[in-house]
Design a protein around this ligand. Structure first.
Ligand code: ZN
Length: 424
């Protein structure tokens, strides 16, 4: 399609237009959702390019029987030869006269984000000498990647404030055309921010007294139509810094969402939004102190409980073998208990299980005066059940399905007795 028939080039505010179906092709795909692609002799539908997504809308026509037909345009893409294809679910034959209608709220939103991007990129160059290397207009937010090292928070706020001042000044945004040679001369003179590798006539977008940039996208008539610009996030990426931003109603929506989150969070904590950072900082510090205190108490409890267990289990033939299971203790505590029990008295072996979940977690610990290898014993006992586990000579652990726990318990205690008796 020649540039002159891309109606959005000369009039980005054109919402409806008439055209003729120039070509139609069926795209092979899974039935029954076959897609048809239609080429028109002229179109105001914008195909995905330059970071700006495609338009959607309707193609309207009348059937031979006189019925009104409305076909949704779901996607618009340009192929390598420059043909713009309109994706629809229903074919129209060549020569059909249609009226095209752009989904204006979507397009206007894209124009706000896209013109906002020109403005933001220009301010980043002017204020921070940070050139834009890429732009992406997303469903929720847009991003630009800047070729620069990290940007300080106060610089970001300054750029945002200046961009919004230029929006309030309602500076005109105009379209002009230049030959490739003229555009290259402007670029060399520093009068053009960016020039794509494109032959033929170059479309130049000017923001009065601020920016001149070669671009084939759709833009507003003046900066005031951007409405407002909000920088949302800054993130380090491989080739520089990524800035996420929103313009117009998107900026209002995201500010509204943020305000609701802040209000809800402040409500949960019975405070005001400005007090949140200080209060959360205090809560984190308190929770860290509480976690330390809790760990100290767990260790004290384990030591106490271990000494009680040892007292309740007198040694038999020089060995104190304590076998116990807990349903209401977490595995970390049971592990701690096993090692504390083994340390509480000589010649002590603890075979403890945490049965709060299935599979159960089991631990085998021994006093340092005993010489057999807990890791080895547990590993071999688990292996007879087709399970894996092990550990060090004085503390080992594994997992066993609850139904096999008694079998494992018998095998381990037997192995411990055999090891004590010196039977290999
Ligand atoms: Zn543009």
């Amino acid at each position: 399609m020649p540039d002159s028939d891309r109606l959005y080039y000369s009039d980005p505010f054109l919402k409806t237009f008439t055209a003729t179906i120039h070509d139609a092709r069926k795209v092979p795909g899974p039935e029954p959702t076959s897609v048809w692609q239609l080429a028109l002799d002229r179109s105001a539908f914008y195909p995905t390019s330059g970071g700006q997504p495609f338009d959607i809308g309707l193609l309207k026509t009348t059937s031979t029987a006189g019925a009104n037909i409305e076909i949704p345009v779901e996607q618009v893409e340009e192929d390598e030869s420059g043909t713009v294809w309109h994706f629809v679910q229903q074919p129209l034959s060549k020569g059909t006269q249609v009226e095209g209608q752009i989904d204006w709220s979507r397009r206007f939103d894209h124009m706000q984000q896209h013109t906002g991007q020109h403005l933001l990129s220009a301010v980043f160059v002017r204020e921070l000498q940070a050139p834009t290397v890429s732009f992406h207009l997303g469903e929720q937010a847009s991003t630009i990647d800047l070729a620069t090292s990290m940007i300080a928070h106060h610089s970001l706020e300054r750029v945002e404030r200046i961009a919004n001042e230029i929006i309030a000044e309602d500076r005109s945004v105009t379209i002009s055309y230049a030959s490739r040679a003229e555009a290259e001369a402007m670029l060399a003179a520093g009068e053009l921010r960016k020039l794509p590798d494109r032959e033929g006539t170059i479309r130049v977008i000017d923001i009065a007294d601020l920016d001149r940039n070669a671009c084939g996208g759709t833009h507003l008539r003046a900066t005031g139509q951007i409405g407002g610009l909000l920088i949302r996030r800054l993130e380090k990426v491989s080739r520089g810094v990524r800035i996420e931003f929103v313009c117009g109603l998107r900026a209002v929506r995201s500010a509204r969402t943020d305000a609701a989150i802040l209000t809800d969070t402040a409500g949960l904590l019975s405070t005001g939004a400005p007090e949140l950072p200080g209060l959360i900082k205090q809560m984190l510090a308190d929770s860290k102190t509480a976690a330390k205190e809790r760990q100290k108490l767990r260790e004290e409890l384990a030591t106490y409980q271990a000494s009680e267990l040892v007292k309740e289990a007198p040694p038999e033939n020089g060995l104190r073998l304590i076998v116990r299971g807990w349903k209401d203790r977490d595995r970390d505590f049971v592990k701690l208990l096993a090692s504390r029990a083994a340390a509480a008295a000589p010649s002590t072996v603890a075979f403890f299980s945490a049965t709060d979940s299935d599979p159960a977690c089991i631990f085998l610990a021994r006093s340092t005066d005993l010489k057999f290898n807990c890791g080895q014993i547990l590993k071999e006992a688990l292996a007879t059940l087709g399970l894996r586990g092990g550990g060090s000579p004085d503390l080992a652990q594994g997992e066993v399905p609850a139904k096999d726990e008694p079998t494992l318990r018998a095998a381990v205690t037997d192995a411990v007795h055999r090891a004590m008796a010196g039977i290999e």
